[in-house]
Design a protein around this ligand. Sequence first.
Ligand code: ATP
Length: 302
Amino acid sequence: MIKVNELVKKYGGQEVVKRLSFSVREGEIFGLLGPNGAGKTTTMEMIEGLRTPDGGTIEINGIDAIKHRQKVKQWIGVQLQSTALFDHLTVKESLRLYGSFYARVRPLHEMLTAFQLEEKEKTLVKHLSGGQRQRLAIALAVIHDPKVIFLDEPTTGLDPQARRSLWEIVFRLREEGRTVFLSTHYMEEAEVLCDRIGIMDQGRLIDLDTPAGLIRQLTAESRIEFVLNDMTRLPWLERLPEVKFVEHAEREVTLHTDQLETSLSELVTWAKENDVPLIGLRTRSATLEDVFLARTGKRLNS
Ligand SMILES: Nc1ncnc2c1ncn2[C@@H]1O[C@H](COP(=O)(O)OP(=O)(O)OP(=O)(O)O)[C@@H](O)[C@H]1O
């Protein structure tokens, strides 16, 4: 659906998007994940036709999106920043106004229902909650029934409940057969929402895969943690099957393993046979946060 090849953007001679190449498949939710300043917005806005690239090509639905901006525009929907909405219009008036820009639009009542705004149709935009504003901003972006929808950090600043309600809406966009291209700096959001994720840092795409695929790439997949009373037992733990190495901070022990189930069942059997209590036993599997740390050397939300 979208093909980007060797995309470059410079500001004042400095490259902020560096020969980026990737594809977004039809009907998927694709996410760009990266810290502030990684170049996500610049990349999205070049694809949307709002900024002109300094190099590379962009294809949308088989058409050169740089040469044929107008043609491509009808297929795409771009979520406005919620600050760009008109505060003194009601929800209904906003939908009517944006609808008037297009020859063919989705019916008003359908939009109000789909975006859970039925009860707010007569409310002024300035009186909406953060979540309602975001839902309206997305409704306005899909009023002309586009094939591809761009959402730039759609849940930034929302509380967990409003965030979840927005995720439902994004899933529905995919169910309707649309392609969703979003950016986020929330790990959990990327993991729950996206079919595939491109990790972006300093203008480059450093990895691209499904969330599970990214996590699988990590060697030390899982950890088993517990408190050990008798530290003389430590050498036995190192010999347990599939345990790669053992760390400890005072009596808090961490076993690193590629095969969580095998190591865990061997550990429990060994502990029972030797009457060793495993205090506060718990397991932890790798997350996208670990992937990000391993690939970039830094934490995303620090
Ligand atoms: N119009 C501009 N003129 C000059 N520099 C810019 C402009 N827009 C962005 N930049 C710079 O380009 C880099 C990438 O910015 P961009 O907004 O694309 O990153 P981002 O990943 O979307 O970050 P954020 O999550 O903060 O929105 C940053 O260093 C930013 O300061």
